[in-house]
Design a protein around this ligand. Structure first.
Ligand code: SAM
Length: 295
């Protein structure tokens, strides 16, 4: 983690500031940890990735998808490549169709919530600074490898979209692609994306439409995850808080995906935001991270 990232990180639940503590590790190594200044809660940094999520923090739908993505991480890039080639004439064409909606200027701080293996980042201008958060350690490690191979410097974080470990208004651009349909708490995730965006920022949320989910639920592997849905998939326009401007939904990539965009207003307090909590919410335990040696 770069030292100039620390000032805009915070405890994802209480929003306390953090300080970096370096402790001696085994065989002359050192272990970096982020420590909450008031409560003393610790978040280790492993392989350069701050870990803002514990086994006990993930439950419900998030747990199911965390396990799925940890398992499919090694095959994700190749399957995306094949799917994009068959459906939309290649990954670059497919991804740039929605990425072109973003307003990225040189020097901007850009956050992708659910960065996955970093598939979107390679099609964005190199003149900005990129930050990616994801629930899956397997996807993040793959992302780190991909970014290194591309010579891209991006800061990665293990965390949940519903509890972002960033200060209010820390980013010039905030976007999400591909996971929100099945987040445990979509409304909270959207409010968090708005909280960490600067006033006037255009936010973008992209995910699969119902027609794609219908096709996937008939396939053997994906069917396990897309079947038994309790509600039809649609762009979460109803979860965009009152006060946002320029709310637009368009279908992209041959109608496979919805692309919801809106702008955070200039005026402070023009939207409802989730208050910081004084303690962690009660979530159920999962062994999902254990296989990856995270915790
Ligand atoms: C289909 S992948 C998309 C990855 C990337 N955005 C892309 O376009 O290739 C969905 C990603 O969402 C992540 N995810 C699912 N639920 C999440 C949550 N609650 N918070 C953060 N990330 C989540 C998964 O781990 C996975 O990496």
């Amino acid at each position: 983690m770069k030292p100039n990232t620390l000032p805009f990180l915070c405890n994802p639940v209480t929003h306390e500031p953090l300080r970096l503590v370096v402790k001696p590790g085994p065989e002359g190594s050192s272990q970096e940890t982020l420590v909450s200044v008031k409560s003393g809660e610790e978040f280790p940094i492993r392989d350069g990735i701050p870990i803002f999520l514990r086994d006990t923090d993930v439950s419900g739908s998030n747990k199911k998808y965390q396990e799925l993505y940890n398992h499919i991480a090694p095959f994700y890039d190749v399957s995306m490549k094949i799917a994009a080639f068959l459906k939309s004439g290649g990954e670059e064409k497919r991804r740039t169709e929605y990425l072109q909606q973003l307003d990225i200027k040189a020097g901007d701080r850009v956050l992708e919530v659910s960065v996955g293996t970093g598939g979107n980042l390679r099609y964005l201008p190199r003149t900005a600074k990129y930050f990616g958060l994801d629930l899956s350690w397997g996807m993040l490690k793959r992302c780190q490898k991909n970014l290194k191979a591309r010579g891209m410097e991006t800061e990665l974080f293990l965390g949940a979209a519903e509890y972002l470990p960033f200060d209010d208004e820390a980013f010039d651009v905030v976007f999400h692609m591909g996971g929100i349909n099945f987040f445990s708490d979509k409304a909270r995730a959207i409010q968090e994306m708005i909280r960490v965006a600067r006033p006037s920022t255009k936010l973008m949320i992209v995910d699969e439409n119902e027609q794609v989910a219908k096709k996937l639920e008939r396939t053997p592997v994906a069917g396990k995850f897309y079947g038994n849905r309790t509600e039809m998939i649609s762009a979460p326009v109803d979860l965009v808080p009152a006060g946002m401007h320029e709310i637009k939904v368009r279908d992209v990539c041959n109608g496979d995906l919805y692309c919801l965009t809106f702008r955070k207003p200039q005026a402070e307090g023009a939207h409802r935001r989730e208050p910081a909590l004084t303690q962690r919410p009660t979530w159920h335990s999962t062994p999902a991270l254990q296989g990856f040696g995270v915790i």
